[in-house]
Write a protein that binds this ligand. Sequence first.
Ligand code: NAP
Length: 288
Amino acid sequence: MERPVRAAQRPSRLAIIGQPVAHSLSPVFQRAALRAAGLSIAYDREDVAPDQLSDAFTRLAAEGAGGNITIPHKEAAAGLIARCTPVARRVGAVNTFWTEHGALVGHNTDVDGAAATIKALCSSDVVDPCDLPVVLIGAGGAAAATLVALHDLGYRHITIVARNTARAQALSARLSIPSQIASMDAVDVAVGAAALVINATPVGLRDDVFPVAVSALSARCAVFDLVYRPGLTPWIAECRRAGLRAEDGLRMLVEQGAAAFEAWFELPAPRVAMWHALNAVPPTYHAS
Ligand code: NAP
């Protein structure tokens, strides 16, 4: 088992770097976590344009800062930050950083967030994950983190469904994670036998479109939508009405933040305070 990744020094301040960043929920639950842990450290939003990212990193390193990185900078950050942890290098994206010896260190906790959700959804499966077919829809940055999480949890029968199958091929090859590749035209067939179906596209974020019809899913399937929005995504709401174990991206959001908190401070993350700040509670599942 790998040792948890930890910052060598506590950040002087925290910030989330993105553009746009005003909508980010990270300050909401990270400030609650800091309060609950008795740490008087600020967590700010910083709206940074792509051509300002390098200068922002120089300034943050000089300040001894830490924080998170969100759209559209996660992949660019992996190229700009000289020292990345092995998982950030592997995924090719940074969502968490801190300062060590005057230089930034880039890390990726989206993998932890995805793994925590998959474990929560599938903990009642008695079958070895190696034997369970999984369908991952999407081939972008969030799909990369989720694919690494699936692989590290032991899933071996993975199909990536993407509208750009060349991008899916490239993702599987870059991560050295053998996967079947299918186009969106074949999504209904691909999900028919799947024990776990994951949406890692923005479908459902700003519309009521489903990544795949609920009627195409098997009755024992678990469903993970990386998308989250106020209330449930329409797809997850419909999956639950159909009696499926189904979860949106909120747990992934909280768990990537919890893993970041634990890396910055070497303290257990106050998860109850974090969920409470979002006016939510983590769903639980019972074996049927
Ligand atoms: P990204 O790098 O832009 O990748 C998006 C992927 O979705 C690409 O493969 C893209 O295909 C595909 N896609 C986009 N629109 C589509 C459509 N209408 N039909 C089919 N495929 C479509 O974005 P990302 O960073 O991976 O993020 C994806 C989503 O994950 C975000 O919208 C966000 O809601 C969610 N997310 C959640 C968390 C969390 O903590 N819960 C964390 C990260 C991301 P092409 O290659 O053809 O463009």
